[in-house]
Design a protein around this ligand. Structure first.
Ligand code: ZN
Length: 569
């Protein structure tokens, strides 16, 4: 098993019927276990089976994205998608056997109480009455996703998708930037009616789900879907308040300095992505060069990351170059049977490629460590409010190595990256607050909702000026945010984890060895603890406590203001 490479792994279609009856029988056998030792052996047996099963599903999914024209894996993926919901109740029956086991206390003693927390949550957010609502919800979110994926935007003599047109937001010619933003805005404006309807229906459906589960609306269910067990709306609200007082004024100063750098009277929305008058940092070499620099960097950071990157390269666990037929996406996943992360991306020869080599590989490193330090598969991955600390902190750990990737553009890379990390946060909390407003006030009309977004922009992004774009100017910008439609209440995670990453940045400057030790603790612990417990375990502050945002961003703030790019000529 140790000498495999991804491309030579043999795929076999998972036998869903066999897996289903195995799970059914296993649930019975678990119920009948006469001792904890017997039950533990059954848990191990079921884990080994699910490692094989999930690994086959993941291989099919990776190969389907590696070449979307390959009909074989397309069919396999369709088959897996179709079969999975049918065997889910059988897996839930196994969970129920464990939840109700007379040996539950023994399991908790050995693996910690977190073992049942997730299983309890899954039980709590499921009820028969919600099944048809979940199906309607999936239909609507698929429709939104399809509208976005098939967008055709005529621009620059070409037909571009939403991703393609956004590249022009950085263009050196201001009128081209303005025209690109207008073309982007026009796409949403043209689809406004249907986008309003989909969102209206989603709010109704999700609130009904919440009521079916005994709540006033969807909000508490959304929090549970995110795996949150030790914080709620009140804490999130106080965090948004800290962002408003600490980060919004900082961002205003950053954009004012950018306005001066660009030499313009007013910084418009279409100028926000043009960080420097003479353009962004560009990689100092081709794709292979970037990967080789990453290999060197990970060997310098620590022995653990050195071993990890060699493992990734040796077993072909990274597919990063853009190729015909590849899905235009990026992700990290893992092959449990091989204790192997896998990273997928499409390099585009911009600073984005560095992001892949640090952010996605940060996720992968965390998975690599958790798979080697956690006793059960349930703990191999963690909730996303922890996972993004792994990835965003690795981005920060890479700063001292930027010269290797960008040569004389290294300072530009670091400045633009850090500015983006800060300016993202107010937008992120606005997206979160917007969702709370919509679910808590279902009687708002679609136009009133969009006006609410406009008010949030005025509150959290007071620098924002859309110029002559009436649609964005009356609040239409929120429609582009896929998470609002697809992943309710997910978005706040990115802003909470930014604080964790900034803390690691600070610690890394003060004492690299101590910072790295805490980071390893965070990665090794995987999903074995709750959110606040994980933070405590890794010596990271609770972002909800008063003063924590100010403290977390202090070093980032100093670094930005000390930069030559903030100095006036
Ligand atoms: Zn991530």
């Amino acid at each position: 098993m140790s000498d495999f490479t991804f491309s030579t792994l043999e795929y076999q279609r998972p036998d869903f019927a066999a897996v289903g009856s195995f799970a059914e029988q296993m649930a019975e056998r678990m119920k009948q276990a006469g001792s904890y030792e017997e039950l533990k052996a059954l848990m191990k047996e079921s884990e080994e089976a699910s490692k094989d099963f999930s690994t086959m599903c993941v291989i099919a999914s990776i190969r389907n994205t590696l070449d979307t024209r390959d009909e074989f894996y397309e069919k396999e993926q369709e088959y897996i998608d179709e079969q999975t919901p049918l065997i889910t109740p059988k897996f839930l029956a196994m969970d129920a056997a464990l939840l109700n086991s007379p040996f539950r206390a023994d399991i908790e003693k050995e693996y910690g109480k977190q073992y049942f927390v997730q299983k309890e949550l899954e039980k709590k957010i499921f009820c028969e009455a919600n099944i048809p609502l979940m199906q309607q919800e999936a239909k609507l979110t698929n429709e939104y996703q399809k509208m976005m994926a098939t967008a055709e935007i005529p621009f620059d003599g070409k037909t571009l998708n939403l991703y393609g047109v956004q590249k022009y937001f950085e263009h050196e010619d201001r009128s081209i930037r303005a025209a690109a933003v207008k073309a982007y805005s026009d796409f949403y404006h043209k689809n406004e009616e249907r986008l309003e309807e989909i969102w209206d229906e989603l709010i109704k459906i999700r609130n009904e789900m919440g009521r079916n589960l005994g709540y006033e609306n969807f909000i508490p269910v959304g929090y549970m879907q995110q795996g949150r067990t030790d914080y709620g709306q009140k804490e999130v609200e106080s965090f948004r308040e800290q962002v408003l007082t600490e980060i919004v004024p900082l961002c205003e100063k950053l954009y004012e300095a950018q306005r001066k750098r660009l030499g313009i009277d007013t910084l418009k929305f279409y100028d926000e992505s043009r960080v420097f008058a003479d353009g962004n940092a560009v990689p100092a070499g081709d794709d292979d060069f970037m990967v080789e620099q990453a290999r060197k960097m990970y060997h310098e950071i620590s022995p653990e990351t050195g071993e990890f990157i060699d493992f990734m390269i040796e077993h072909e666990l990274m597919d990063l170059k853009n190729k015909p037929g590849k899905a235009s996406t990026g992700y990290m996943t893992y092959l449990a049977r091989y204790q192997s992360p896998f990273v997928f991306s499409c390099f585009n020869q911009t600073i984005f490629d560095m992001q892949v080599l640090t952010h996605e590989l940060g996720h992968a490193f965390a998975g690599y460590m958790a798979m080697r330090h956690q006793p059960v598969m349930e703990y191999y991955s963690e909730s996303t409010d922890i996972a993004e600390i792994h990835s965003m902190s690795m981005e920060q750990f890479s700063y001292p190595y930027a010269e290797q990737f960008f040569g004389e553009d290294a300072d530009k890379f670091r400045f633009a990256h850090l500015q983006e990390a800060m300016t993202f946060v107010p937008f992120g909390v606005a997206v979160d607050e917007f969702q709370h407003i919509c679910y808590a006030n279902p009687s708002l009309t679609p136009k009133e909702r969009t006006l609410e977004w406009k008010k949030l922009e005025e509150k959290y992004m007071p620098w924002r000026k859309y110029d002559a774009d009436d649609f964005f100017d009356r609040g239409g910008y929120w429609y582009h945010k896929l998470h609002i439609y697809l992943y309710p209440f997910y978005y706040i995670n990115y802003t909470l984890t930014t604080m964790g990453a900034m803390e690691f940045k600070k610690k890394n400057y003060e004492d690299h060895a101590a910072a790295w030790e805490d980071y390893l603790k965070l990665c090794k612990c995987g999903g074995s603890m709750s959110y606040l417990e994980t933070l405590r375990h890794a010596n990271v502050h609770n972002p909800f406590e008063a003063g924590s945002v100010k403290n977390a961003i202090s070093v980032a703030k100093d670094e930005l203001f000390a930069s030559k790019y903030m100095k006036e000529d």
